[in-house]
Design a binder for this molecule. Structure first.
Ligand code: SAH
Length: 215
């Protein structure tokens, strides 16, 4: 007798998200698409939102914070042009979803979250799913993490009115940073590159992130 195991509806939803929200909007980076087809976003959202995990918008994760829209995460990851040997700093761990993706795309990920509760939850989820090359710190990410600097890539998931100087200083030569910059209601998702010590900036998208709260 053969038993047919029905396909997991969330796995199907994940594939559909990659096709309809990422590929159809022009995202081509194969490593980013592959990692987004792999990481179970449903494990990073609170239980009542599990069924909505692959919808085309942010979702609440508690403490007044949100898990970013999949498309914005993909744009961020693609712009960072990560290679498997890269060391990455992430500001605003939140649910840990983007942290998991970074973990697959780079060699080492340091992530900072200011809410102790969210940091603890993200640590537990990442640990449970087997993401071993990540370290989640609790603190103010606007100061970066000087003990492990410089970073090949920095991903900031909370909106700043201006780019914190410490983060610019902690970029390596050839380094990339993606950060939402602007007003609380609307920001530009900026890509900052450091080449020969000089910084250049490109606007990737318009976006709306929760604020970077810094003391
Ligand atoms: N990438 C996350 C996004 C979470 S929202 C995800 O996909 O789940 C942004 C997060 O930034 C929030 O959890 C918020 O608490 C955090 N945050 C805001 N200001 C911060 C700061 N100064 N340092 C560290 N984290 C900060």
């Amino acid at each position: 007798m053969s038993v047919t195991i029905p396909p997991d509806p969330l796995t199907a939803a994940r594939q559909e998200m990659v096709q309809k929200q990422l590929v159809a909007r022009g995202l081509k980076n194969a490593r980013v698409l592959e990692s987004m087809a792999w990481v179970p976003r449903e494990d990073f959202v609170p239980e009542p939102y599990r069924a909505q995990a692959y919808e085309d918008h942010p979702l609440p994760i508690g403490e007044g914070q949100t898990i970013s829209q999949p498309y914005i995460v993909a744009v961020t990851l693609a712009a960072l042009e990560l290679s498997a040997s890269n060391k990455v700093l992430e500001i605003g761990t939140g649910s840990g979803y983007q942290t998991a993706l970074l973990s697959r795309l780079a060699s080492r990920v340091y992530s900072i979250e200011r809410h102790e509760k969210l940091a603890a939850q993200a640590r537990a989820t990442l640990e449970r799913l087997g993401y071993r090359n990540v370290a989640v710190y609790t603190g103010d990410g606007a100061s970066g993490l000087s003990q492990h600097a410089p970073y090949d890539a920095i991903a900031v998931s909370a909106a700043a009115s201006r780019i914190p100087q410490a983060l610019l200083e902690q970029m390596s030569e050839g380094g990339r940073m993606v950060i939402p910059v602007g007003l609380p209601e609307i920001q530009e998702l900026q890509l900052v590159c450091k080449v020969n010590g000089k910084l250049s900036t490109k606007v990737l998208e318009h976006c709306r992130f929760v604020p970077l709260v810094s003391n």
